[in-house]
Design a protein. Structure first.
Length: 217
């Protein structure tokens, strides 16, 4: 049985028998080859699959549940195709995103330069209050580095977004990146308690009642 809405097979319960879940849409964007799929595989499965590069076609999602301040945060993470020909598909998903992770490859000047165009697109298609993180990926490739860390930090400051350098290969800062997003989403929603923009679920339910946070098919 999997939920028709979020694709999860079950709903976690916290220790006090209540389930309190929030689902948040997160999208990975950036040029083809920067490591979006690899980052997601590292986060989801804790592994890096070396070998030839196989570009993502279309779009797909992975669910991960993180706990932030006793709140279960389900991140529905959409991995998009970086190739130009798939851009129009990706645009359709921006509007529903609460968070966007924009990756560049620290060994590729062009992927870094293109982040400005990505940010312009994000501002055009995404919600104004979307959480944006800039990630300089492949930080393990020190000898091939083309973008200094402080260049990434400067760009992030300019656009007012959060910045981290990551490595999908070694796992450096991968969990941190997603945890930072989840925490930021939770803290922003706490500041706006009137109508949080949680996408689907935000329920509390006693242990002996069937979980209602998902709708099963
Ligand atoms: N050394 C190193 N290689 C990486 C890292 N992340 C990705 N790669 C490699 O870079 C290539 C591209 O990675 P992908 O994750 O497929 O890139 P992508 O951003 O999903 O590309 P598209 O699907 O075309 O948008 C692959 O050969 C990966 O093995 C990293 O952190 N370090
Ligand atoms: Mg990919």
């Amino acid at each position: 049985r999997s939920c028709k809405q979020c694709g999860l097979t079950d709903c976690e319960r916290s220790d006090n028998g209540m389930s309190r879940n929030v689902l948040m849409w997160t999208i990975l964007v950036g040029d083809s080859g920067v490591g979006k799929t690899s980052l997601l595989v590292q986060f989801d499965q804790g592994k890096f699959i070396p070998g030839s590069f196989s570009a993502t076609v279309g779009i797909g999602f992975t669910n991960k549940v993180l706990t932030v301040d006793e709140l279960k945060v389900r991140l529905q993470i959409w991995d998009t195709a970086g190739q130009e020909r798939f851009r129009s598909v990706t645009h359709a998903y921006y509007r529903d995103a609460q968070a966007l992770l924009l990756l560049y490859d620290i060994t590729s000047r062009s992927s870094f330069d293109n982040t400005r165009a990505w940010l312009t697109e994000i501002h055009e298609y995404a919600q104004d209050d979307v959480v944006i993180m800039l990630l300089g990926n492949k930080s393990d490739m020190a000898s091939a580095r083309a973008i200094r860390r402080d260049e990434g930090e400067k760009l992030a400051r300019e656009y007012g977004v959060i910045f981290l350098e990551t490595s999908a290969k070694t796992g450096l800062n991968v969990d941190e990146a997603f945890m930072t997003v989840a925490k930021e989403l939770v803290s922003r929603s706490v500041q706006l308690p009137v109508e949080p923009r949680f996408h689907l679920h935000d329920v509390m339910r006693p242990e002996n009642e069937p979980s209602a946070c998902c709708s099963f098919s």
